[in-house]
Design a protein around this ligand. Structure first.
Ligand code: AMP
Length: 310
């Protein structure tokens, strides 16, 4: 099945306690597309400038990402500069240069209009609705957003949320969006506005799923080398939504597996700067880590252990 993703493709400059990466390829749709491409066909709608390297576009094509919706226009590609301290859950944005992204109006090619699954990466909620107006009846619409849009365009965002099946945001965004400090109540409030599925990312603490009135908690894998958390959220979304598109089932069993698949892809991505770890990643590695995640949280029933009830 096909996933359509609409969002940013960027040059990122990122400093973490482990190093500095200057003008490396990033962007939310880029991370999402690469992560999702392990599971399904991906169609990318984005804009880049004349300075964007063909080599990366070749890499995306090599992963089976359809780039007919990627426009290259005169000007410079979107640039983001960020920094992380020892707390990798919090990115500090030092600079954002929208460049060609400032005039981005997503045009969905006719061949993409039948996409079964749509992921609206973090863009203006008005544009997110524009995308949905151009597609025919996707089986699943998933979306991301960020504090910038929650603060500046709350009404537009609420209108977008009415059209979204699965919202993928972090815990701070969940609280801010619902204007509610309690995460459980905040999640239920957001559900009452539209999205019946909520995937709440909690950085190095894992992620939570709320669907069909039930919570599911995915742990994050304790890793001994985390280089750069940039794109972890988008890789989580790419792994989760890509996996759902492969199965084309959105029941709680599939959603729970998708939560782990998202966590697996994010865990690989943070091991290196930019998309570097995903460039060499293989399906057997993904499957092996999926099994590690299962073992991480598996425990026996009390009844399975003689004497445990004493
Ligand atoms: P994440 O770490 O998953 O939240 O996403 C990081 C990516 O988002 C980086 O590669 C940036 O290029 C991209 N990004 C940062 N700010 C914005 C923005 N305002 N709009 C769209 N993409 C952005």
């Amino acid at each position: 099945m096909s996933v359509l993703v609409v969002g940013s493709v960027a040059f990122d400059t990122v400093r973490t306690p482990f190093g500095l990466a200057t003008e490396v390829v990033g962007g939310s749709a880029n991370y999402f597309a690469v992560a999702a491409s392990f599971f399904t066909d991906v169609r990318l709608v984005a804009v880049v400038g004349e300075d964007f390297p063909d080599q990366h576009l070749e890499f995306l094509r090599g992963r089976g990402v359809d780039l007919r919706g990627l426009r290259r226009v005169p000007g410079k590609t979107f640039r983001w500069v960020g920094e992380y301290g020892f707390d990798f859950n919090e990115a500090k944005t030092l600079d954002t240069q929208l460049n060609v992204f400032a005039d981005f109006t997503p045009i969905i090619p006719e061949d993409y209009q039948d996409s079964e699954v749509v992921f609206l990466a973090n863009i203006d909620p008005d544009l997110q609705r524009d995308v949905l107006r151009q597609v025919r009846r996707p089986a699943l619409v998933a979306a991301d957003t960020m504090n910038y849009w929650i603060a500046r365009k709350p009404d537009s965002l609420r209108r977008t949320l009415q059209l979204v099946d699965a919202l993928i945001v972090n815990d701070a965004e969940t609280r801010q969006l619902a204007n509610e400090p309690n995460l459980v109540r905040a999640a239920r409030t957001i559900q009452s506005w539209g999205p019946r599925i909520l995937l709440i990312k909690r950085g190095e603490y894992g992620a939570l799923l709320l669907a069909e009135g039930e919570w599911f908690a995915a742990a994050a894998l304790p890793l001994d080398s985390v280089q750069d958390p940039t794109g972890a959220g988008d890789c989580f979304a790419g792994g989760a939504v890509g996996y759902l598109a492969k199965r084309m089932r959105f029941d709680t069993v599939s959603l729970r597996q998708a939560m782990i698949m998202g966590s697996v892809l994010a865990s690989f991505n943070v091991e290196a700067f930019s998309l570097d770890r995903l460039r060499t990643l293989t399906m057997p590695e993904i499957e092996a880590r999926f099994a590690v995640f299962k073992r991480l949280v598996h425990f026996e029933d009390l009844a399975a252990q003689p004497g445990a009830s004493r």
